[in-house]
Unconditional design. Structure first.
Lengths: 246, 420
């Protein structure tokens, strides 16, 4: 089962047996070559995330949580190990195959929102649908629905600089959800927001979780992590603890 | 296919946004392309204009006409050689012999007597006191009436009788009428030529001028035709003879062969030697001209390529800057599912839109300028010029945009997202 090469031969197309898992990481290693030394950012990390779980990944800076997030988000490939997302083995995928998975299966929410500054809220939300190859009318309809779901139906023609921080993050969440991804992957989503707005955004995550979305939240703030239902703690590239708190 | 057209449209819209967002920079970038396309538009319109005008002009002397002269005619780039200048002139007898050929309808000699016996210009003086030495004076034969080279609009050509009697009668060109008889009917009036009085019996239609309206003293309507005998009275030693032979309908090629054989024989050209006279047709004169415009055309291609090339380098430079500036945007796009191909396409379309826009600006300016040129010069924009200009400018964008676009497509999403 842990044979990487065996998994690679059926990579991307084969469906894994653990069908109730949205995410399945098995013995994941990520190693960087620093001159003559090897730096293990992740060492033998294994965990599963089931549908509609609300997981927080917490750890101090340098713990490897960013590396883990990049792997979960299919922005990067592991050095060793198996990674299944919604039945797709992504560990050995090419860049373009990873792009396809990111488009279909992952909804990113970033600390700094990462919206296109020249584009309207609507266009920002439509962007993943453009890369999914949807027609304009369909895109428009879906993007509107997604913006309405985050209560920004009346701000669709605004550009990011005409929106408050909380509104920008909600546009980013609408963009993350528009393609109905398997997971919503949020990296310090409240890091750039004041505490009142942070609470609003955390409420929104709870609402999205209640609606059936699977959420993975990466943070270094314990009080944000506490709002999740399960907390995975990373330290020195290893999972230190993995506990259900709700 | 649907994805491609959707992507194209979206990319095109985004490219226009970027253009609008960086107006000054975009403008500066496309100047090279604009200049290149203007060059193409202007030069091609001038060449086409002149080409058409020359063809019309030459063909107005008749497409069946064969022009014969002792020296080379048409467009000269060198002075006549000594051999050319030493050639013996064509003669009236040559003209008569050519006229007798089976494939020739009519052959008319023209004797240029603009310079008198002493090599001085012959003056033409009118009753209105005007005197000019630049009128082209030609002696010819009554057969002139049978050619279509000159069209009478009033009066008549001189008769065989007048020719025999060396009567002082003349047929004048429109420029001459305007100079000497601006407000009256010239028919029946007299002009003094070389001290002798000549009566005007015919007026010719104004010739289309090659380079716009006023041709000055070189105007091809600044001409007087008189009976050969009368001309020889003014200049007894005249020998500068030009022959116009008109071939029978459909026999131009055969006529050329016959005329050549006849003249070679009459002028004792040895077998294997080159002709010691010039023989041209409307078609061969147009060919001569086109050989020259071909060279100008090549120069145009080179000049405008240099412009487009410089424009292309500017585009590459600005696209590289743009890729760096927008590293984060590229990271975002990749994070939400843009493939390498999508990013490549985006930046290629952006570069092509930039230069294509430059191409359109160049087309419009070039078109405008060619309208201005039209006022003083025969010019028109041939259809291929704007098409070639536009295709070239878009092509420049695609070629010079390829490297920056490739760089953008290859960026690592994680690094790009971290880029500040």
């Amino acid at each position: 089962m842990n044979d990487v090469n065996g998994a690679a031969s059926s990579n991307g197309t084969a469906k894994t047996a653990s069908a109730d898992s949205i995410i399945s990481m098995r013995n994941i290693w990520k190693t960087y070559q620093m001159g003559t030394e090897e730096l293990h950012a992740l060492q033998d990390v294994s965990f599963e995330v089931k549908k509609n779980e609300y997981v927080a990944i917490i750890g101090p800076s340098g713990s490897g949580k960013s590396t883990l997030m990049n792997l979960i988000g299919c922005l990067d490939s592991p050095t060793k190990g198996e990674y299944w997302i919604n039945g797709n083995q992504v560990a050995e995928m090419s860049d373009d195959e990873l792009a396809h998975i990111r488009n279909k299966e992952v909804g990113f929410v970033f600390q700094t929102f990462n919206l296109l500054s020249r584009a309207t809220a609507l266009h920002n939300v439509e962007l993943p649908l453009i890369y999914a190859g949807l027609r304009a009318a369909e895109r428009h309809e879906k993007a509107m629905a997604s913006l309405t779901a985050v209560e920004l139906g009346d701000r669709v023609t605004h550009r990011p600089n005409e929106l408050s921080g909380g509104q920008r993050q909600r546009v980013a969440i609408a963009r993350a959800l528009v393609n109905h991804p398997s997971i919503l992957l949020a990296d310090e989503p409240t890091g750039a927001l004041d505490s009142k707005t942070s609470i609003e955004i955390m409420h929104l995550f709870e609402k999205l979780h209640a609606e059936g979305n699977t959420i993975i939240l990466v943070t270094h703030e314990p009080d944000i992590a506490e709002r999740a239902h399960r907390v995975i703690t990373i330290r020195d590239g290893r999972i230190e603890s993995d506990e259900k708190i709700k | 296919m649907r994805f491609i057209s959707t992507a194209f449209y979206e990319n095109f819209k985004m490219a226009l946004d970027t253009l609008r967002g960086n107006k000054l920079r975009s403008f500066l970038t496309i100047i090279g392309v604009v200049v290149g396309v203007i060059t193409v538009m202007l030069i091609s319109s001038i060449i086409s204009g002149i080409s058409v005008a020359v063809s019309k002009e030459v063909e107005s002397f008749g497409t069946r006409s064969i022009f014969l002269y002792k020296m080379d005619i048409g467009i000269r780039t060198t002075a006549p050689t000594r051999e050319e200048r030493m050639r013996k002139p064509l003669t009236l007898d040559d003209a008569e012999a050519i006229g007798g050929l089976s494939t020739i309808e009519v052959a008319v000699p023209f004797l240029d007597i603009s310079n008198n016996f002493f090599g001085q210009k012959i003056n033409v003086t009118g009753k209105n006191g005007k005197t000019s030495s630049s009128v082209q004076l030609n002696g010819t034969l009554p057969q002139m009436a049978e050619t279509t080279t000159e069209v009478l609009i009033d009066g008549r050509w001189f008769s065989a009788g007048e020719n025999e009697a060396k009567t002082n009668v003349i047929v004048i060109g429109d420029f001459v009428r305007e100079a000497y008889f601006p407000f009256e009917n010239p028919i029946g009036q007299t002009l003094e030529i070389g001290g002798q009085e000549f009566r005007v019996i015919g007026l010719l239609q104004k010739r289309e001028q090659l380079f716009g309206g006023g041709g000055g003293n070189n105007d091809q309507s600044n001409i007087v035709y008189m009976p050969m005998g009368a001309a020889l009275k003014l200049k007894p030693n005249a020998d500068d003879l030009f022959i116009l032979a008109v071939a029978r309908e459909g026999y131009l090629e055969q006529a050329k062969d016959q005329v050549q054989d006849l003249l070679r024989q009459r002028r004792n050209v040895k077998f294997g030697d080159k002709n010691n006279f010039a023989m041209e047709t409307a078609a061969s004169l147009i060919d001569q001209f086109q050989a020259i415009t071909g060279g100008v055309f090549l120069a145009m291609v080179i000049i405008s390529s240099v412009g487009l090339m410089i424009g292309g380098i500017g585009v590459m430079n600005i696209m590289l800057v743009s890729v760096t500036e927008r590293t984060r945007e590229i990271g975002i796009r990749k994070a939400i599912g843009a493939k390498q191909r999508d990013i490549l396409t985006q930046f290629l379309i952006e570069a092509a839109t930039l230069t294509g826009f430059g191409g359109i600006v160049g087309l419009l300016i070039g078109w405008g300028l060619s309208f201005l040129v039209q006022l003083v010069f025969p010019s028109y924009v041939p259809l291929w010029a704007p098409i070639a200009g536009f295709v070239a400018s878009v092509g420049i964008g695609l070629i010079f945009g390829l490297f920056p676009a490739w760089k953008a497509a290859r960026l690592d999403p994680i690094e790009s997202l971290r880029y500040e």
